[in-house]
Ligand binder design. Structure first.
Ligand code: NFS
Length: 650
C-alpha cells in the first residue's frame, strides 16, 4: 500500500455499510482502495476548474482561477474559450462512449436480422413495431425481418448522417425542436458531431464560447436523442422491454457456498450470455462437483442494472463499491466489458486470488486475463469464465467476509410501463400523470441519476436529495449508480411512499408504485427524455420540455458521460443541477452563459450546489417557477382518489 499520510475516517467516506465494512477490512489486509487514493492524490485546483489548456505545444497554459481574466493562453485564448473547449471535448468523449456502445448494440441487431448471430434473437416484437412506427416505417403486412431491416438502416443514420436531422428527432416535441432549429443545434449523425466538436476545439479554430456551446449542445443531443436512445431501444428489442420486478441489492447478495461471478460494465450482451452459461446443467454440475451449492451470478454498475430491469438479477453495488466487493474474498470471478472499470481492480483481484477477466477488444487492462466475447459464439467466452470461477472456488484459500446487508426494491420502469401503470392496460396514457401534476398532488418530476465519486461521501447526496424531493411531492425517476444508492437505502420499494408528501403518497398508494422509479442504466436516461416528451404531447403542461415542472440532478457525478447527459438534458429544456464539483470558474462569462442565460433561448440551464439540501432547494424552486408560469401553482384541496376518480380522469 502506498504511504498515506492520514487515512480518512470510514464514516466520512461512505454511507454504504457494506462498503464501509470492506474499507476497514482492506486497510487491515494492507490493500489500498480508490477512496484512499482520492485522499492522497489531491485534485489539481486549476484542472478542477477546467482553466488549463493543453491543446497545443505552446502550452499547457494555466489560468489564474482566482483572477481568471488576468492572463490569456499563449495563443490569446481567453479563460472562457479554454473552459468551453474543455467542456466540449469532455462532452464529445461522453457522447462517444454512449454512441459507440449504442452502435455495438445496433451491429448486433443487424447480425441477428441477417442470421449471422444465432445466440440472440428479436425478443420484443411489439417494441420493434412501436419504434419502427415512431420513425414512420411502414409495418402493415410486412415481415419482422423486413421491418427490422428498415429500422436498422434508419437507425444507422444516428451515427453516420452527414447532413440534415437524425431520424429520432421525430420524437422531440415540436416546440422544443423549433428552438433547436432556430439555434442551429439539431444533431446530424454522432460521428459528424463528435468530429466537428474535436475540430472546433483545436488550436486556432472556434474561439467564441457561445459558438462553442452551440456545438456542445448539438454533440450532446446526438447522444441523448441519438446514440444512447438507439442503445436503449435496440437492447429492449433484443433482450426485452423491462417491466417492474423486485430485486435484491447490496453485497449481501454474494453467497459463501456458491461460485460467485460478478459482471461489471455496460453492454447487456455479456451478461445475457453469462446467464445462458450459468443455467447450463453441465456448468451447474461442474460447480456442485467442487462442493458449491450452485453458481451465483451478480451484476454491478450499469450492465448489472440492465439485468436487474429485465431479469431481476441480484446487484452487488454501484461504482464506488466495485473494488470493495473484491475485498470480501468471496468473488470467484469478476468479469468486465467497457466503461467505469477502475484499472486498479486488476491488482486488487490478484490480492484475493479472484479471476479478473476482460472481454471486450476495446477495453483491455494490464494484469487481467482477456477472454474475448464473440457475438457469434458468446457462450464459448462465458463458459470459460465459469470454468475459471469454479477453479478459483475449488482453490479458495483466503478468509471470506461477506457483509450481510441486502435491500429489496422495485425496478424496471420503462417509459412504456409508466404509461401502462398510470393509464391501465387498455388505455395506457400519461394523462393521469399530467392530471396529478396539474391538480398539484404531484408537484413535478425530477430525474436523479449518475455516478458516485470517491471525493464525495458515497450515496449520501443521492439519498438526502431524493428524500427531500419526494417529501415535497416530486416524483423521482432514476438511472445508473444513483438508483443503486437509493435501493440500498430502502427507498425504491412501495414502502417508501411513507416518506413522500401527502399528495405524492396518495398517488403512489392508488397506483401501487414507489415514489422513486428505477428506469435502468445510464443510456436509459433516454427513457426520461421520452417520458418528458410524452408529458408535453399529452397536454396541459406547456408546449415544450422547457415548460414542464421538471428538473434533473447528478449529485455525485464523475464521468465525462455524465457531462454529456447533463448537456443533453439542458439542451432539451431541463434545469440540471450537478453536485460535488463543476469544471468551470464561477463568475466568468462562460459560467453565466450556461448557468443563467441559456434558458432565455428556450433551452434549460445548468445549476450547481455542493450539498444535497441546496440541490433540492434549487430544483424545487425551479419546479415551482414552472408551475407558476403554467398557472397551476394554486394549492388544491386534497382528496383521496378512489378507483372511480381514476376512471373519471380519463
Ligand atoms: Ni453512468 Fe454506468 Fe455509474 Fe456513472 Fe459509471 S456505471 S454509465 S458513468 S459511474 S452512473
Amino acid at each position: 500500500m502506498a504511504k498515506i499520510k492520514e487515512l480518512m475516517k470510514v464514516e466520512d467516506i461512505t454511507t454504504c455499510d457494506s462498503t464501509a465494512q470492506m474499507i476497514t477490512k482492506a486497510r487491515k489486509d494492507g490493500v489500498e482502495l480508490f477512496f484512499d487514493r482520492a485522499n492522497e492524490v489531491k485534485a489539481c485546483p486549476i484542472g478542477e476548474k477546467s482553466a488549463c489548456c493543453k491543446h497545443c505545444s505552446m502550452g499547457p497554459c494555466r489560468m489564474n482561477v482566482n483572477s481568471p481574466y488576468d492572463r490569456a493562453g499563449v495563443c490569446g485564448a481567453t479563460v472562457d474559450t479554454i473552459m468551453a473547449r474543455n467542456l466540449g471535448r469532455m462532452v464529445a468523449a461522453g457522447t462517444a462512449a454512449h454512441t459507440d456502445h449504442g452502435m455495438a448494440m445496433l451491429e448486433l441487431f443487424r447480425d441477428v436480422i441477417n442470421g449471422k448471430v444465432k445466440d440472440f434473437r428479436i425478443k420484443d416484437e411489439q417494441k420493434l413495431m412501436e419504434v419502427a412506427q415512431s420513425l414512420d416505417i411502414d409495418t402493415e403486412g410486412r415481415s419482422v425481418k423486413e421491418i427490422a431491416t428498415d429500422l436498422y438502416r434508419e437507425l444507422e443514420l444516428t451515427y453516420t448522417q452527414v447532413h440534415g436531422e437524425i431520424p429520432l428527432v421525430k420524437r422531440v416535441p415540436e416546440k422544443t425542436l423549433e428552438t433547436w432549429r432556430k439555434e442551429g443545434v439539431v444533431p446530424r449523425g454522432a460521428m459528424r458531431e463528435i468530429m466537428e466538436m474535436m475540430h472546433r476545439t483545436a488550436i486556432g479554430v472556434d474561439q467564441d464560447y457561445e459558438n462553442i456551446t452551440k456545438q456542445i449542445s448539438r454533440t450532446a443531443l446526438a447522444d441523448g436523442w441519438g446514440g444512447s436512445m438507439v442503445s436503449t431501444e435496440i437492447s429492449d428489442i433484443l433482450f426485452g422491454t423491462p417491466s417492474p420486478i423486485e430485486v435484491e441489492m447490496d453485497m449481501g447478495v454474494l453467497k459463501e457456498d456458491h461460485v460467485n461471478i460478478i459482471v461489471h460494465g455496460h453492454e447487456p450482451n455479456l451478461l445475457e450470455a453469462m446467464m445462458v452459461s450459468a443455467a447450463d446443467p453441465e456448468m451447474k454440475k461442474m460447480a456442485t462437483d467442487v462442493g458449491a451449492t450452485g453458481i451465483n451470478l451478480v451484476g454491478m454498475c450499469c450492465s448489472g442494472l440492465e439485468m436487474v430491469s429485465r431479469h431481476g438479477l441480484p446487484h452487488a453495488g454501484n461504482f464506488s463499491s466495485t473494488e470493495a466487493v473484491l475485498v470480501t474474498g468471496a468473488v470467484d470471478a469478476m468479469t468486465v466489458d467497457i466503461q467505469c472499470i477502475k484499472q486498479d481492480m486488476s491488482r486488487i483481484a490478484k490480492c484475493y486470488d479472484t479471476a479478473f477477466i476482460t472481454t471486450n477488444y476495446r477495453a483491455r487492462i494490464e494484469g487481467a486475463t482477456h477472454i474475448e466475447l464473440d457475438e457469434h459464439n458468446p457462450t464459448e467466452c462465458t463458459d470459460t469464465i465459469i470454468i475459471k470461477a469454479v477453479t478459483r472456488y475449488k482453490n479458495r484459500n483466503k478468509p471470506i467476509e461477506i457483509p450481510r446487508k441486502t435491500s429489496r426494491g422495485i425496478h424496471g420502469f420503462s417509459h412504456e410501463y409508466i404509461s401502462y401503470m398510470l393509464g391501465g392496460v387498455f388505455r395506457g396514457s400519461y394523462k393521469p400523470l399530467n392530471d396529478n401534476v396539474i391538480n398539484g398532488k404531484i408537484k413535478g418530476v425530477a430525474g436523479v441519476v449518475g455516478c458516485t465519486n470517491p471525493r464525495s461521501k458515497q450515496d449520501f447526496s443521492h439519498v438526502e436529495l431524493v428524500r427531500e424531493l419526494i417529501k415535497n411531492d416530486i416524483l423521482v425517476l432514476q438511472t445508473g449508480c444513483s438508483q443503486v444508492a437509493l435501493t440500498k437505502a430502502g427507498m425504491t420499494g412501495p414502502g417508501a411512499a411513507a416518506l413522500a408528501g401527502d399528495g405524492l403518497a396518495e398517488v403512489c398508494e392508488t397506483v401501487g408504485m414507489p415514489p422513486v422509479l428505477g428506469l435502468g442504466s445510464c443510456v436509459d436516461n433516454t427513457r426520461i427524455l421520452i417520458a418528458a416528451s410524452e408529458m408535453v404531447k399529452t397536454g396541459g403542461l406547456g408546449e415544450s420540455i422547457a415548460d414542464l415542472p421538471a428538473a434533473g440532478c447528478a449529485p455525485e457525478w464523475m464521468s465525462e458521460k455524465a457531462l454529456a447527459i447533463g448537456q443533453y438534458f439542458v439542451a432539451s429544456g431541463v434545469f440540471t443541477v450537478f453536485g460535488h464539483t463543476f469544471p468551470i470558474i464561477k463568475g466568468t462569462n462562460f459560467e453565466k452563459h450556461l448557468f443563467e442565460d441559456y434558458e432565455k433561448k428556450g433551452f434549460g440551464k445548468w445549476g450547481f450546489a455542493d450539498n444535497p439540501h441546496d440541490m433540492a432547494r434549487m430544483m424545487i424552486r425551479h419546479i415551482e417557477k414552472k408551475r407558476a408560469a403554467l398557472g397551476i401553482d394554486t394549492k388544491k384541496e386534497r382528496t383521496l382518489a378512489s378507483m372511480e376518480d381514476r376512471r373519471s380522469m380519463e
